[in-house]
Design a protein around this ligand. Structure first.
Ligand SMILES: Nc1nc2c(ncn2[C@@H]2O[C@H](COP(=O)(O)OP(=O)(O)OP(=O)(O)O)[C@@H](O)[C@H]2O)c(=O)[nH]1
Ligand SMILES: [K+]
Ligand SMILES: [Mg+2]
Length: 494
């Protein structure tokens, strides 16, 4: 029986009926324009110490030889000092370190060369012109090196996305998350799930082929069912987390709200370290919603300042209050700010009753919104005095004027944002893109069809469909449009 089953596992994994499995492999599609050898400046633009220019494609060796003649190619993968000259005019361009990476052991999988030149604009443009004069070479398009690496199976699609995110990472948490994805964690997770599906499929196919056979062990279908059930649980858990990874890529919505004059704009300026909003002793200073992207305790956030919430004001401020309430609805995290020396005022009490402690208090906020309560202007309280309102929900004391309490607030923000965005230091691999979420949901839907159908052939087809969705997360069968969207994120030279 086991031999039968293992043959079927193998067949389910790579058989003609099975779509591409989830392993690291090329997209199958040739990289657009492959055949040509591409070149580009891969380091940043502008005057710098060293600039790196690289090539990829079959003429890389020829290009390297043309610029370093009469010397021959250097040994593979070791840096050598060479005089670079223009292949036509013979004019010296620079003394440079050159590297030769014969394919397939290179970033793209093709023959590659690197020129580490002095980073002056004239040197860089001279070397780029010299490369352009070599037959068979053309300038690279944005992301073309990485696209070739993907086409040659050097990177899976999730790793490509990790690389793009790493290049664009602006905060510590984004860098950690991107590096984990580049290291293939999300891909390994999908690969593991796909393997489970392959086993379940083998069980179902064994039953289809040998159902009547006495050699087949009892309970083969039950095993497939239980594998599918476990997988469903795992996928559902990851889908519940999906919004987090996306917030980590694009920034959590943090909304600063409170009654007029509580110091909301002062707090926004303090957290963003720049004068985003006007601060004044006049209540009702902020009218519009003011947004600013910030790095909050290592996490990316879109911080919104809002109008102070109060009733009975003129039409312009009323509109500001309406916009503030609207923005509050969209917040992932609310920073609720009150004036610690003015907690008994009608606007403070109203804000506490309606926003901080919602009716039916005690229950978690709907739609998983989180809230941090900050009592500002602590400098106006008697020094070392008792907590102004021990009856309030958990809160932090802060003075935007003196900066006292700011470290405590940043630490609390770090914890809250790790909940909102997921913690890339400790948590499971995150689904960072809508694309991942879409295919995971597709996989789950197919597993739903598997459970409903009584027809074994249809059940097997549902498992194949489910596995196909997992495969597409890491890259198998990705359509050209999907690839275009992903590679558009890259710069020329990457
Ligand atoms: N003593 C003291 N004053 C503060 C503190 N933070 C802000 N203020 C003052 O409080 C006043 C109101 O500050 P804002 O930041 O404009 O308050 P706001 O909540 O944005 O006000 P609106 O936009 O009008 O709703 C200003 O005069 C600030 O200088 C603080 O920690 N201590
Ligand atoms: K004000
Ligand atoms: Mg304000």
């Amino acid at each position: 029986m086991w031999r039968v089953l293992w043959t079927l596992v193998a067949r389910a994994a790579r058989g003609p009926r099975s779509p591409r499995s989830c392993t690291r492999q090329g997209s199958g599609a040739p990289a657009p324009g492959s055949g040509a050898t591409i070149f580009a400046l891969s380091s940043g633009q502008g005057r710098c110490g060293i600039a790196v220019i690289r090539t990829s494609g079959p003429s890389s060796g020829h290009a390297l030889r043309s610029l370093t003649a009469p010397r021959d190619l250097p040994p593979a993968r070791s840096a050598c000092l060479r005089l670079l000259s223009h292949p036509r005019s013979g004019e010296p361009l620079d003394h440079a370190l050159v590297l030769w990476f014969p394919g397939p052991q290179s970033f793209t999988g093709e023959d590659c060369a690197e020129f580490h030149v002095h980073g002056g604009p004239a040197v860089v443009s001279g070397v780029l012109q010299a490369l352009g004069s070599v037959p068979g070479l053309r300038p690279a398009e944005a992301g073309e090196f990485t696209r070739r690496a993907f086409a040659h199976g050097k990177l899976s699609l999730t790793e490509v996305e990790g690389l793009a995110d790493l290049i664009h990472a602006e905060t510590e948490a984004q860098r950690r998350q991107a590096l984990r994805q580049l290291d293939g964690e999300l891909g390994h997770l999908c690969h593991g799930w796909a393997k489970t599906l392959t086993k379940a499929l083998a069980h179902v196919e064994a039953y289809i082929d040998f159902g009547e056979d006495d050699n087949l062990e009892e309970g083969v279908l039950e095993q497939a069912d239980s594998q599918v059930r476990e997988l469903e649980l795992a996928l559902s858990a990851h889908l519940r987390d999906a919004r987090r990874g996306q917030r980590l890529r694009s920034g959590a919505h943090v909304v600063v709200a409170g009654p007029p004059n509580a110091g909301k704009s002062s707090l926004v300026n303090l957290l963003s370290r720049k004068p985003v909003s006007i601060v004044s002793p006049e209540p009702g200073t902020t009218r519009d919603v003011l947004e600013t992207p910030v790095d909050l305790a290592g996490f990316p956030a879109l911080l919104s300042d809002t109008a102070g919430l109060r009733e009975g004001v003129g039409p312009v401020e009323q509109e500001g209050v309406r916009r503030a309430r609207e923005r509050l609805e969209q917040a992932d995290l609310i920073l609720a700010v009150l004036d610690a020396s003015d907690l008994a005022s009608p606007s403070s009490c109203n804000f506490l009753d309606t926003v901080v402690v919602r009716p039916g208090a005690g229950s978690p906020r709907e739609n998983s919104q989180r809230l941090l309560l900050v009592l500002n202007k602590s400098d106006l309280l008697p020094r070392g005095g008792p907590d102004p309102r021990p009856d309030l929900p958990p809160h932090l004391l802060l003075s935007c004027l003196t900066g006292e309490g700011l470290n405590g607030l940043l630490e609390a923000l770090r914890k809250e944002l790790a909940e909102v965005c997921g913690d890339p230091s400790t948590g499971p691999p995150l689904l960072t893109r809508v694309r991942h979420q879409h295919h995971l949901q597709g996989c789950l839907d197919a597993l739903g069809h598997y459970k409903q159908t009584k027809d074994l052939a249809l059940a097997a087809e549902a498992l194949r469909l489910a596995r196909g969705h997992l495969g597409r997360i890491t890259g198998g069968g990705g359509t050209e449009e999907v690839l275009d969207i992903i590679f558009r994120d890259f710069c020329v030279g990457k």
